[in-house]
Design a binder for this molecule. Structure first.
Ligand code: FAD
Length: 352
């Protein structure tokens, strides 16, 4: 049986980024993917790099801020190694707040100019509005580049190969058993997203949280240029004139079907914000499964089986958190001490 230094389960953005980071340290790495690499949550995401606001739980704030800072370099590295272009935008975000108590915040994040000037197509309303210097990225560009960069660096892939269980020998990790074969490695990392809890012998409490979205072609390329986040809907423009409109948060098991009425509702919410989007042609709709956990925090670190690690549960922020997750997990795996205290994210918190 061929042997690797490390096996990564799952070729989403978390598994791919970590595989690349481990390969950089000189390790041989195999990524085992049950389907096609990069086609699950990381393909379905909007790509907001939103490190501000109530959506980020406070224990995650330091990692989120660090990861947002790492993004330009992360993207540049992937572009360089893959030869592919990644749409990373830095126009910023307009964040609509839903309560007057948040108005104090507005003063600390003022608009750079009048709304009519910076986003003329946006319908103004009574909401208070913040300007955030957040970036956004096209997650499909990102995952494609990460796959190409991984291959370029000599990372091996076994696709269409579902991992059934971790192999343990003498109390230590020995590899993985898949539905086709077995692969040997003393280090295995579970990056299986919403499915992470299905791989024995550990039962991580991950669950899928469905998100439906659609993508339209704007009638003018820059009709919307900022990310717009409201309590009901968000808009994420791409540089080629597409606009992604999202997203629902649903407990629907592993069902990835879209519902026409739900897609229509999202579209109408977008038209309420930007009336000219009524002219926009719908290109596509889809649904993806966010990896959720009971406390909305990721699961990061070593498990009780030496050599078996986990990096999953990134819920709504896995695109944002990919660079820092890869960095800190590679540090933990290679026996270095990350500068972040990861105890809050350890897997054993659910057993305490
Ligand atoms: C609609 C929607 C919008 C989102 N918007 C944003 C956003 O704007 N910003 C942001 O930061 N995040 C966003 N997210 C969240 C983000 O997509 C996820 O947190 C992130 O993609 C998780 O990455 P992952 O690699 O853990 O999971 P995934 O991309 O799901 O990858 C897991 C991989 O593991 C594989 N796998 C599973 N089980 C096995 C097995 N037994 N054997 C082998 N392989 C297996 C799967 O096939 C899959 O390819 C959004 C998510 C959705 C659904």
């Amino acid at each position: 049986m061929k042997n690797w230094d490390a096996i990564i389960i799952g070729a989403g953005i978390i598994g791919l980024s970590l595989a690349i980071e481990l390969r950089r340290t000189g390790m041989s790495v195999l990524v085992v993917e049950k389907g096609e690499p990069g086609r699950e949550a990381s393909w379905a995401a909007g790509g907001m790099l939103a490190d501000f606001g109530r959506e980020i739980p406070s224990p995650l704030q330091a990692l989120a801020t660090a990861s947002a800072r790492m993004y330009p370099e992360f993207v540049y590295g992937l572009e360089d190694e893959s030869g592919l272009k990644i749409d990373l935008r830095a126009e910023g975000t307009l964040l609509f707040l839903d309560s007057s108590e948040d108005r104090a915040l507005q003063e600390s994040h003022p608009l750079p100019a009048s709304l009519e000037k910076i986003e003329p197509a946006l319908q103004t309303s009574a909401h208070s509005l913040l300007f955030l210097k957040e970036r956004s990225v096209d997650p499909r560009h990102l995952t494609s580049a990460a796959i190409a960069a991984a291959r370029h660096r000599g990372i091996d892939f076994s696709s269409g190969d579902q991992v059934l269980a971790i192999e343990v020998s003498n109390g230590k990790t020995a590899g993985v058993r898949t539905h086709k074969t077995q692969f040997a490695a003393a280090i295995v990392v579970n990056c299986a997203g919403a499915w992470a809890g299905q791989i024995g012998p550990h039962a991580f409490p991950t669950r899928p949280v469905k998100g439906q979205m659609l993508c339209v072609l704007m009638p003018e390329k820059n009709l919307v240029s900022h990310v717009v986040r409201t309590p009901d809907v968000y808009l994420i423009p791409r540089s080629d004139g597409r606009l992604v409109i999202g997203a629902t948060l649903e407990e629907a098991g592993f069902d990835k079907r879209t519902v026409p009425e739900t897609i229509l509702k999202l579209r109408n919410a977008a038209i309420n914000l930007v009336p000219r989007l009524a002219e926009a042609r719908i290109l596509e709709d889809w649904a993806g499964l966010r990896p959720g956990t009971p406390d909305k925090l990721p699961i990061l670190g070593e498990t009780s089986i030496p050599g078996y690690f986990v990096a999953t549960g990134h819920f709504r922020d896995g695109i944002l958190l990919a660079p820092i997750t890869a960095r800190v997990m590679a540090q933990v795996i290679t026996g270095q001490r990350p500068k972040f205290d990861l105890r809050t994210f350890w897997a054993d918190r659910f057993r305490r």
